[in-house]
Unconditional design. Sequence first.
Length: 263
Amino acid sequence: MDLGLRDKVALVAASSQGLGLAVAEELAAEGAKLILCARGEDALRKASASIAALAGVEILAAPGDLTSSNEIERIVNSGIDRFGRIDILVTNSGGPPSGTFDTLTAEDWENGVRGLLTSVTQITRLVLPAMKERHLGRILCITSIAAKQPVEGLMLSNSIRAAVTGFAKTLSNEVAEFGVTVNTILPGYTATERVQDLAEALAQREGVDASAIRARWESEIPMRRLGRPEEFAALAAFLVSERASYITGSSIAVDGGWIKSLL
C-alpha cells in the first residue's frame, strides 16, 4: 500500500530513541523528509545518520529542549527554512517520573505539564496556521494507555496525558474543515528504554528484580508479551498518511489488548 508519504515533511519530536525513533524510521522508509529533534545532540545526530544511510531521505537534526518556548520556535523555524513547510507533526516526549500524589512535588507537576502538555500546544500553534492555509496537515500526539486507563504509580502520566487527549480531540473538531487531522496514539507496554526505566524504578520500590516486573506486565497483556516499537510505528505512519484522510479525533491504542474498556 502506497501511503502517499513520499517527499512529505514530518517533524518528529523526541526522536533520538524509543518510539519517536521508531516512527521516524517508519516515515523515512515511506520516503518522507524528516525534521528530528531531541535534547541529546549526540544521540540525535547518530539516529539521523543511521536513518539517512538506510532510507536515503533528507533529514534535519535539530537538537533542542521542547520545554522551552524559544527552543520550540527555533526548531520549527529551522525546519521551515530547510524544507519550506511542515506537513506532519508528531508530538512526543520523555515520560514523567513515576510516583503517587504523596511522593510528587509541585515542581514535578510543573515540569510534567510543561513537558507533556505545554510543549504540545506550543509546537502545534507554530505549525498549524500553514497547514490550515494549505488545507493539508497531519498532527499525531503520542500519549499513553494511561490516558484511557490509569496505570498504578503513574500519577503524572495518568493526569497530564488525559489533558493532551482532550486538547487533541477538541482541536480536531476545530480544524477538520481545513483538511487537517488530529489524532492520538496510545502505546502500551513496549520494549523501549522508558519502559525498562519504569520496571527498574518499580522493582527498586518493591525490592524485586526488574524481570519480575516485566513478567507481571506481560501476564496482564492478552498477547502475553511487550510490544515492539516497529509495531507502534506502523500505525503512526498510517495515521499521518494520505490514506487516513477521514480519520480524525481518534485515540487508538497499540497495547496488545491491555486496555479493558469497550471504547
